[in-house]
Design a protein around this ligand. Structure first.
Ligand SMILES: NC(=O)c1ccc[n+]([C@@H]2O[C@H](COP(=O)([O-])OP(=O)(O)OC[C@H]3O[C@@H](n4cnc5c(N)ncnc54)[C@H](OP(=O)(O)O)[C@@H]3O)[C@@H](O)[C@H]2O)c1
Length: 316
């Protein structure tokens, strides 16, 4: 299946169906792909919750969104994906509102931090933020997701999953830390998680759809916030940027397609259709075979439950 419309043209944000009546939470929504996804969902009528760890940055993003989409229904929620207390606090507050959550976009991420850092809970920061935080958030919000008529969970992975390895003996880089290995592992974990969630949903005859996506190579803050704009990989990326990189709005299209297209199916992996999937329009792409390893996905799920203390309720 390719994500083209009946006329055969490429899928674009203009094809997002009305999102009126839907509530969407996007983690890491104050910049880059998360901001662009929030903006388009709001433009198409969703009530959007911008999940941000930094109040000032989140407020600036909300102000910008409301300027760019007058009349949008959007709010800022404080949510630090590197803190289980913050995640639990948000999930409890959301549950108390008594509303359903139609769409969860697990987007927040950090990349290739030069030195091994820890989250509030003592997890290696990339694995803890990119994977464990989203594992916990999704599980805690499951009752509200299942209260929606057609809930979807979209998890933003990366081409970097290709070099990732789930090493259960060094899961949090306790024995050795390499910035890009830790990032690759966390992004591989994103796909394994999204696929395992979808597999469990199918087995439970659930209405929930779960999809992993990746944005190709997009111009965002992720390099400056991670390896820094002067590291060797960043320099190579800067040189190649005009050829291989796309704007953040284009990078958000796989997320938006998975979140909204009536044609999207649970378990599909969506990415750009261009050269080496670095940029282009969203289509169904294939992850590396190790991202489809069900045994590793199941083991990662169990370990993630143990580490976060979050047990998923039945999915139907
Ligand atoms: N750009 C690319 O080429 C590319 C390629 C593959 C995958 N991705 C993935 O795309 C996703 C979005 O990244 P981006 O490229 O849009 O980069 P970005 O502009 O740096 O956005 C990342 C977002 O995540 C937030 N974040 C980081 N740690 C957080 C935490 N503990 N709690 C809550 N939010 C947190 C950031 O907030 P602050 O502003 O407070 O730091 C920011 O809003 C990531 O998962 C990334 O791995 C990006």
């Amino acid at each position: 299946m390719s994500a083209s419309n009946v006329a055969g043209s490429k899928w674009a944000a203009g094809q997002i169906p009305s999102q009126a009546g839907r509530t969407a939470l996007i983690t890491g929504a104050n910049s880059g792909i998360g901001y662009r996804a929030a903006l388009e969902l709001a433009r198409h009528g969703a009530h959007v919750l911008l999940g941000c760890r930094n109040y000032e940055k989140g407020q600036a993003a909300l102000d910008r969104l409301l300027r760019e989409t007058p009349g949008a229904s959007a709010e800022l929620v404080e949510l630090d994906m590197a803190s289980l207390a913050s995640i639990r606090g948000f999930a409890a507050a959301f549950a108390a509102r008594g509303i359903a959550l139609d769409l969860l976009i697990n987007n927040a991420g950090v990349m290739a931090l030069p030195k091994r850092e820890l989250t509030a809970d003592g997890f290696e920061r990339q694995f803890g933020t990119n994977h464990l935080g989203h594992f916990a958030l999704t599980g805690l919000l499951m009752p509200q997701l299942l209260a929606a008529p057609a809930p979807r969970v979209v998890t933003v992975a990366s081409l970097a999953h290709r070099n990732g390895k789930i090493d259960f003996n060094n899961l949090q880089s306790e024995r050795s830390y390499k910035p890009w290995d830790a990032y690759g592992e966390s992004k591989l974990a994103n796909i394994l998680f999204a696929n395992e969630l979808n597999r469990l949903a199918v087995a439970a005859h659930s209405k929930l759809l779960s999809m992993p996506v990746h944005p190709g190579v997009s111009v965002t803050n992720i390099i400056a916030n991670g390896p820094g704009s002067n590291g060797p990989k960043a320099m190579v990326l800067k040189l190649l940027a005009p050829v291989i990189m796309q704007p953040d709005a284009a990078g958000a299209l796989p997320t938006l397609y998975a979140a909204t297209s009536p044609e999207a199916r649970g378990g599909e992996y969506i990415g750009p259709d261009g050269f080496m999937e670095m940029k282009g329009s969203p289509v169904v792409v294939k992850p590396k075979p190790h991202a489809l390893d069900q045994a590793v996905g199941q083991r990662l799920w169990t370990v993630s439950e143990e580490l976060t203390g979050v047990m998923y309720p039945p999915l139907s």
